[in-house]
Design a protein around this ligand. Structure first.
Ligand code: ZN
Length: 148
């Protein structure tokens, strides 16, 4: 019952932003139960400063993107030696693609984040995918090819 719901909430959201207490209230159980599910599923611990850090990165990202035709986004900020768009904040730096992914999916990326469109270094949230999402898109493309 609540175990499944808590495990799903931790898997679909960002466990570092979901406190045991908040989940306990949502699922009508004790914080200890949530802590147990968190431990059993291997979800990371809640971090009070994590949300402020994420928002700083998202604001820095939003200040340095420019919409271009076709739903793509151009980066106007700092780039790495290799030309990779980088978001710089007082908390450190992160690639713009990772921040865009987090905005679109509501969870942190797993593995590398790459653009799925043909626009070089596009940083549109809808144009980036992490490893699990790329695998999902490939599976869907194969299934579509079979169905067609
Ligand atoms: Zn794009």
């Amino acid at each position: 019952m609540s175990y499944e719901g808590i495990a799903r909430a931790l898997a679909n959201g960002d466990p570092r932003e979901l406190s045991d207490q908040a989940l306990a209230e949502r699922f009508g159980c004790t914080a200890e139960t949530v802590a147990r599910v968190r431990h059993q599923t291997g979800a990371p611990a809640y971090s009070a400063g994590y949300r402020a850090r994420r928002i700083a990165f998202e604001e820095a990202y939003a200040a340095r993107v420019e919409d271009v035709e076709g739903g793509h986004r151009r980066w106007t900020g700092t780039v790495s030696k290799d030309g990779v768009p980088m978001v710089c904040t007082r908390f450190g730096q992160e690639t713009a693609a990772r921040i865009a992914f987090r905005i679109a999916q509501g969870r942190p990326p797993v593995g590398h984040v790459k653009a799925t469109c043909e626009v070089p270094h596009c940083v549109a949230p809808d144009c980036v995918a992490d490893r699990p999402l790329r695998e999902e898109l490939r599976r869907a493309a194969r299934a579509g090819a079979v169905a067609a």
